[in-house]
Write a protein that binds this ligand. Sequence first.
Ligand code: ADP
Length: 535
Amino acid sequence: SKDEKRTRKETLVKLLRWHFGYQDFRGKQLEAIEAVLSGRDCFCLMPTGGGKSMCYQIPALAKRGIVLVVSPLIALMENQVMALKEKGIAAEFLSSTQTSSVRNKIHEDLDSGKPSVRLLYVTPELIATPGFMSKLTKIHTRGLLNLIAIDEAHCISSWGHDFRPSYRKLSSLRNHLPDVPVLALTATAAPKVQNDVIESLCLQDPLVLSSSFNRPNIYYEVRYKDLLDDAYADLSSVLKSCGDICAIVYCLERTTCDGLSAHLSKNGISSAAYHAGLNNKLRSSVLDDWISSKIQVVVATVAFGMGIDRKDVRMVCHFNIPKSMESFYQESGRAGRDQLPSRSLLYYGVDDHKKMEFILRNAENKKLQSSSSKGELSKKSLTDFNLMIEYCEGSGCRRKKILESFGEQVSATLCKKSCDACKHPNLVAKYLEELTTSIARQRNGFSRVFMSRSTDMIDEEFRIDEQFSEFWNRDDEGKSSEEDISDFDDETEVVKSLPRSRLSRKSGVDEKIELLQRAEENYYQNKNFDKLKNK
Ligand code: ADP
């Protein structure tokens, strides 16, 4: 009844105020919480900073028993667990990085009739182990497993931008624990990914909640390399004019990261390069310095990504065009998570456009050669890329283009002059006109040097890709990394880190998978995110 509903809401709000000190729920939080508490599956789509964690933290406090949280990065789990413990909430995480005595203590608690832990964070790799699954089943039999929350749920989809093979194994949760509600959370807006997540996790009649993806505090701007004398110098003067801000600059290639970072440093902007070509120690110190504000700007490949939990990033610059609107949205979205005014600046160059198109087409050809059914994937990647081109080359509000690409309806007044096209329409129109002339001049000016360099790059990519897919020839064939050039650095590193001595052609599939899982977990953990906890 209405009254019951009101009291239920009041109780939940009390929990929110008492434990977290917030006045009221935001957006769709309450709906998600009520759904999972009533036992219904829920798919929750909220932009970064939208407050997804509350959707499983409050249910954990509202009911006796445990909420299991699956999270892709150990450093993120550690962060959240620490923050919860500071608030006096019993949260723990389990991972291979803990000492066995810490782990045993948690297991003891879980085995007891009255576990004290309310939120248990684990990696997807752990879920895949049979021992852990039977533990969960036992907890469930005692009526103590209230909810399974799957954070960053888009990692399960090979359509997404952060595909993690180990997330695929999460589908087994439904088989083993059919009546425990599942809450899938993500900030990835692509409808294809949403459907894939819902299907892969076997969500049953889920309540699908989605919030607008508008990020009103981000100002969007495009600058045109072809109309600038020197893009390096331009970026350097932009950064100088911003004062001592925290920024990320994304580049396509490692060499650009190195060169651009050196240029910025020479011009008095404290910066460092970050990419998979640097050793772990160096990357870790770069991240450290950036987190602690010793350096202002990180110039990185997309390897610098998920889990960078600094809320006061004031500017994200794309020095080369990203491969899709989805990537662009996720990366630029790392700015302004504290809701304060921030900036997204993209440098668009016709050369970059051709380069990316070439890479995507080449990936398509390779895919067609190596398998029969991947044609669709690559057409998708070119369509995605075209949205990005339209963002740069088309006239009209940039924000509108972003949101419409995710299927949102956008009113004419939404932007409130917070993109270059709305704020300076005449200037942007003039640039676009000049760009058209410039493109006509440059047409077919595709340099040979660049062609051969890219071919090398791609050849190397697929050589490693083949090595990698050997490990996944069981059920994930071909899905490993072919689609996603951006994850290439990560996967290369994972494969490289495998202990070759323990691996031969004769190793069994399970053995390989186990080694790979461990390598993967280690890799993502070592990816320097563990430093965040010292922040
Ligand atoms: P997401 O995981 O969606 O990126 P988080 O769960 O990290 O977002 O939440 C972002 C920030 O918003 C956190 O600092 C969180 O404490 C805060 N927050 C969450 N819910 C509320 C609320 N109802 N009112 C105020 N702040 C909130």
